[in-house]
Write a protein that binds this ligand. Structure first.
Ligand code: NI
Length: 184
C-alpha cells in the first residue's frame, strides 16, 4: 500500500523518534509499504517519520544506482533502531534531496564511512562499517529519526537563498508526482 509522504512543516518530521520492540504490530507490513512508497516516489531512502510514524525505522533501496555501481543491483535494506557508533573516512560534499522537501536540492557535507549497529527486518543485529553511497543515504535517513532534515546541515547563507522554497513548503505548497501530506 502506498502511504502519503509527510512534507516539511509536519511536526512529526521534527520529533525525536522512539525505538521499537519485536512486538511492534505489523512491522513486516509497514516495511513492505515503506519500500513500495519509496519506490513509487523514486526515492533511495525513506524514514518512518516521513510516513507519519515517530519510530526509529528506515529503509533504503539503491538499485537505481546499479548501472553506475553494479554492487547495488537489487540492494534493499531495512534498518530498525539504528545507532551511529562512529563516523570515519573523509568529508565529502554531495547534492541531496528528500521526498519530504520536494523541489529542494542542496550540497551537504558528510563523512563517507559510518559504523552502524542496527536490527534488520527479522530483528537480527548487525554491526558494520558502511561505505560509499550507502553511507551517505543512511546518514540522511538517520537524521530523520532525530527530527533533522538535510537543509539543517547547509550554511545559513544557502538557507537564506532557498528561503522562498522552504516557506512555500511550510505553507503546504508541495509540487510533486507522489501522494503527500502537507502541513495546513
Ligand atoms: Ni529525507
Amino acid at each position: 500500500m502506498i502511504l502519503p509522504i509527510y512534507t516539511l512543516g509536519q511536526p512529526v518530521l521534527r520529533k525525536v523518534a522512539e525505538e521499537i520492540t519485536p512486538e511492534y504490530p505489523d512491522i513486516k507490513e509497514l516495511l513492505a509499504n515503506m519500500f513500495e512508497t519509496m519506490s513509487k516516489a523514486d526515492g533511495v531512502g525513506l524514514a518512518a517519520p516521513q510516513v507519519g510514524l515517530s519510530i526509529r525505522v528506515f529503509v533504503i533501496d539503491l538499485d537505481c544506482l546499479s548501472e553506475e555501481f553494479p554492487e547495488y543491483k537489487g540492494f534493499r535494506k531495512a534498518f530498525i533502531n539504528p545507532e551511529i557508533l562512529e563516523l570515519g573516512g573523509e568529508e565529502e560534499t554531495i547534492e541531496e534531496g528528500c521526498l519530504s522537501l520536494p523541489g529542494v536540492h542542496e550540497s551537504v557535507k558528510r563523512m563517507n564511512r559510518v559504523h552502524m549497529r542496527y536490527l534488520d527486518e527479522n530483528f537480527a543485529e548487525h554491526d558494520e562499517w558502511i561505505e560509499g553511497y550507502e553511507a551517505r543515504v543512511v546518514q540522511h535517513e538517520y537524521d530523520h529519526l532525530d527530527g533533522k532534515v538535510f537543509v539543517d546541515r547547509i550554511s545559513a547563507l544557502r538557507r537564506q537563498l532557498i528561503k522562498g522554497k522552504l516557506n512555500a513548503l511550510l505553507k503546504g505548497k508541495a509540487h510533486c508526482t507522489y501522494k503527500v501530506k502537507t502541513p495546513r
